[in-house]
Structures are given as C-alpha cells and as structure tokens.
Design a protein around this ligand. Structure first.
Ligand code: SF4
Length: 256
C-alpha cells in the first residue's frame, strides 16, 4: 500500500529473527524488487541459535513463549521476551540509527516525529490497544493503523493482496513460534520441510542437556501446548481448534 502511494512511507524495516519460513524470505525478496519504499533488513541475531547456545560470555538467552509441564500435568507458559529483543528493539534501533542518523544514546531532536505503521486489521484490534499503550510515553514516535482506519478485516487484506501479489502472501512468524495453532504446524510440516526440521530441532533443544534456554527452569519446555515432543504429535488426527482470530499469531508486536 505504501508502494501504491496510499500513505507516505520513507522506510520499511524487516526485523529478521533468522527463523522465518522460506516463503516469507521469498516474499521479502519480491517486496524489495518493487523498489519503494526501501526495505532495511536488520537483526539481533538468529533466535534459535541464541536459545541453544546463548549469547555473550554469560550465555544469556531471551525466552520464547514456550509451554511448561508442571506437577499433576498442569500446563503453563513462560514469559515472552523475544518480541521485544528481536523485533521491537531492532525496529527502533533502525529508525534511530538508519532513518534519523542518531548515535547510540543520543536523543531525537525536538520537533521530529516518526510515524510507525502497524498492519493490524479490525479482527485483532486488541493488538492496537497494546501498541498504543506502549507508545503513550514516547515523545518522538507515534503509531498509525492504516488498516483500522480503512475498517479492513483480515479477509479484506487477503482479497486486496490477491489482486496485486503473484503468489500467496505468507504469515510472518518464526517457524518454531509456540503461538502456532495446529493448522499452522500442519502447514509448516507439509510445505516447508526445512522449516519443520528446524522447529523439531528447537523443540528438542528446549529439553536437551546443555541448552542455554534450560537454565532456570526445573520443568521441561515444549513448543506445542499439549506438552508433547513436536515430532511425535499426530497433527492429522487432531480435531480443528475453535475459531480464534488470534490463533497462530504472536500477538503484541510480532509481525510488524
Ligand atoms: S514469532 Fe513467536 S518466537 Fe518468533 S519472535 Fe515472535 S513470539 Fe517470539
């Protein structure tokens, strides 16, 4: 839509976790081939590798919203830090350094305002409320929601894209994101064998001796809400989940 001139846009930023499905990277190449707006690719590292090996001398890691299996079979979920570190901070750093040319630690000059667009549709308006809250205390940047302004649902977006993009537009999320619903896991296994293999490897690494991401957790971690190893789940035999507009999404800021 920015390329069509529907709203002004100086720069797009792709915060790359290094873990997107192959179809997302192909789509990104296609978007970049359009020429405008320029798309910067920036990254805080490869998220899955950092989960396994950790970063820096302390082997620090950033948690994903994995499931835990506690006493008496109680399923829990650990806090998510990945969106902040691998997406929000990456985008904000790109704005400050690449768009505004600010050195680390320097303040945005008075009077400068950066508009950040969020592609949130009317069926996920709760995400907009969370983003607005996050922006409330920032002076230098304001959020905008062109799809909400148009009153578009996800289906409206898909219709609009189908007329303009020569391939199905994939969802952006890490291949091993624990927010996937069963349909997303099944699709990944069917259409992206490398992505599926990566998800299975990360699922196993969550419970492997020596993985950085095991530190501090007594209970085993899993990618799937059933707390079974991903490779052992018979997805074809699972009943469809109840319709949930947020299913399969990393709500919050993932997907910007
Ligand atoms: S897609 Fe999922 S795992 Fe990846 S950064 Fe977002 S919440 Fe974390």
């Amino acid at each position: 839509m920015a390329n069509d001139g529907r709203f002004p846009c100086d720069l797009a930023v792709f915060a790359d976790t290094g873990e997107e499905p192959a179809a997302v990277y192909r789509h990104l190449d296609w978007l970049r081939s359009l020429g405008t707006p320029p798309i910067l690719i920036r990254s805080a590292g490869r998220l899955g590798d950092d989960l396994i090996r950790g970063c820096g001398p302390t082997r620090r890691f950033v948690s994903i919203p994995a499931f835990t299996l506690g006493e008496a079979g109680r399923v829990g979920r650990i806090p998510r830090q990945c969106t902040r570190t691998y997406k929000i901070d990456v985008v904000e750093r790109a704005i400050r350094r690449d768009l505004l040319g600010l050195a680390p630690g320097r303040r945005c000059p008075p009077g400068v305002r950066v508009v950040q667009y969020f592609g949130i549709s009317t069926d996920e308006a709760g995400r907009a409320a969370r983003a607005r809250k996050r922006f409330a205390e920032k002076q230098w940047t304001v959020p905008a929601y062109p799809l909400l302004d148009l009153g578009w649902t996800r289906r409206d977006c898909l219709t609009w894209l189908a007329d303009r993009v020569p391939h199905p537009v994939p969802r952006s999320a890490c291949v091993f994101c624990p927010f996937h619903d069963n349909a997303a896991w099944r699709d990944l296994r069917t259409v992206d064998p490398d992505g599926w293999a990566r998800a299975v490897a990360i699922d196993e690494a969550l419970r492997a001796d020596g993985s950085a991401c095991r530190r501090g957790f007594r209970q085993p971690l899993y990618l799937h809400r059933s707390c079974q190893p991903l490779a052992e789940i018979a997805f074809d035999a699972l009943a469809p989940e109840p319709l949930d507009p947020m299913a399969g999404e990393c709500h919050g800021m993932c997907g910007v």
